[in-house]
Design a protein around this ligand. Structure first.
Ligand SMILES: C[S@@+](CC[C@H](N)C(=O)[O-])C[C@H]1O[C@@H](n2cnc3c(N)ncnc32)[C@H](O)[C@@H]1O
Length: 209
C-alpha cells in the first residue's frame, strides 16, 4: 500500500490542497484555451481536486493514477461520475489507447523517478497541437514534504532545465508562470509553477524524414 493509498481518505480535508488546486486551475484556465469538445488526461489525478475544476470546461477527463485508494475517493464523487474515467495504471509501462487534446497535472511530476521518460510519454499521448499544463514545485531544499520524502524523487524542478527537456522532446510554445506560493511558516515558502507547452508533431515528423 502506497503512502497515497493510506492518506487518500483525508486528502481532501486539507485547506492548503484545495486552495492550491483552485489556484492552479485558475492559472490554467487563464493560460490555456479549453473547450467543451476536449478530451483530456489528468496525470496523477489523485482524488480529483484539479479534475473537478474542469467540469463544464472540457468534455471528459481520463484520470490516471497508480494509487487505487486515491482514485477510489475520486470515483465516489457523484458530480464526476459521468465526466471522468479512472485508470489505475502506470502509463510509462502501459500506455492508454486514446490520444488527448490536452494533459493536465498537479503536484505529481516530482513523484515520478524518470522525468525524461514521463515527459516523452505525455508527448506520445497528445494529438498534434495538444497541450500540456503541468504544475509542480520549483526547486526546493527537501523541506516541503513534512513526512520525510517517502516516494519523492525530485525536490522540485529547475524551470530552465525542464524547458530544455520539453523542447528536445518536441514541445513548442513552452511557458512557465507562478500559479501559487505555499507558505508553511515565516521562513519557508514554496512557489508552484504552471508550465504550458504544445505538442508539435507535424514539424517533428518533417524534420525526422
Ligand atoms: C501529491 S499527489 C497530487 C494529487 C492531485 N493531483 C492533487 O493535486 O490533489 C500526487 C499523485 O500522483 C500519483 N502518482 C505518483 N506516481 C505516479 C505515476 N507514476 N503515475 C500516475 N500517478 C502517480 C500519486 O498516487 C498521487 O495521487
Amino acid at each position: 500500500m502506497s503512502r497515497f493509498d493510506k492518506i487518500a481518505k483525508e486528502w481532501d480535508m486539507s485547506d492548503v490542497r484545495s486552495e492550491l488546486s483552485k489556484n492552479i486551475a485558475k492559472t490554467l484556465i487563464k493560460n490555456v484555451a479549453l473547450d467543451r469538445s476536449m478530451s483530456i488526461m489528468d496525470f496523477g489525478a489523485g482524488t480529483g481536486l484539479l479534475t473537478s475544476h474542469m467540469l463544464g470546461r472540457v468534455a471528459k477527463v481520463a484520470a490516471v493514477d497508480i494509487s487505487a485508494g486515491m482514485l477510489n475517493e475520486l470515483s465516489q464523487k457523484d458530480e464526476l461520475k459521468e465526466f471522468v474515467t479512472p485508470y489505475c495504471q502506470n502509463i510509462i509501462h502501459e500506455r492508454l489507447k486514446d490520444d488527448f487534446d490536452g494533459i493536465i497535472s498537479a503536484m505529481a511530476l516530482h513523484h515520478v523517478e524518470d522525468t525524461d521518460e514521463i515527459l516523452r510519454v505525455f508527448y506520445e499521448h497528445l494529438k498534434d497541437g495538444g497541450f500540456l499544463a503541468l504544475a509542480d514545485l520549483d526547486r526546493e531544499d527537501g523541506t516541503f514534504h513534512a513526512h520525510g520524502n517517502d516516494g519523492v524523487f525530485h525536490f522540485g524542478f529547475d524551470r530552465d532545465a525542464l524547458h530544455v527537456k520539453l523542447k528536445n522532446i518536441g514541445f513548442k510554445e513552452i511557458n512557465f508562470t507562478t500559479a501559487y506560493t505555499i507558505k508553511k511558516d515565516d521562513k519557508n515558502s514554496y512557489p508552484i509553477f504552471l508550465l504550458t507547452a504544445y505538442a508539435d508533431k507535424i514539424s517533428q515528423s518533417i524534420s525526422s524524414k
